[in-house]
Design a protein. Sequence first.
Lengths: 113, 118
Amino acid sequence: EAEVAQSPRYKITEKSQAVAFWCDPISGHATLYWYRQILGQGPELLVQFQDESVVDDSQLPKDRFSAERLKGVDSTLKIQPAELGDSAMYLCASSSLRYNEQFFGPGTRLTVL
Amino acid sequence: AQKITQTQPGMFVQEKEAVTLDCTYDTSDPSYGLFWYKQPSSGEMIFLIYQGSYDQQNATEGRYSLNFQKARKSANLVISASQLGDSAMYFCAVFQDAGGTSYGKLTFGQGTILTVHP
């Protein structure tokens, strides 16, 4: 069964360092999402791609976060510099159509020390 | 902004009993989609069930059913015959299309932790 892949699964870093997360969506899924989930809360959308274009990054802290999906397939989310408040689970999801079910990857659990 | 309310931080149920997880939402848009996801302690989000705002029938998927009351803006999840493996966090989410060339997004509630006792 096709799955959304994410790496790494766990990342520990010190504040002010740079971190990067990778996501490979289900083949053929044009829409890709990055969410941040703080412990005990629901996921919050950071950025949404349609193919290689960003269609919503209104909640992305652009001073330190960046996201790209250069060829419209896999995607990278970067944080530079990381802050203590960035500790969270970062989830990637993909869907084939806007209204369709979003399939989530296993997530990357980030701890900033 | 879209607001999703899950009023039960935690719920307990005996194995083989049914349980209802509450969800209310706040939208003025007539067209939207309702989703429920399960998140075990391992972290992955697992899709359970979907209901479109124009669907006349309540959605069902195996042991999961969605009690959709549109006028009350309520979309409660019913799990029948609970199993130990159902212990997890459950999230209600609403997809609202921004329309035109804009893209809508999925907004999640705060979640309900379900514990199934043997």
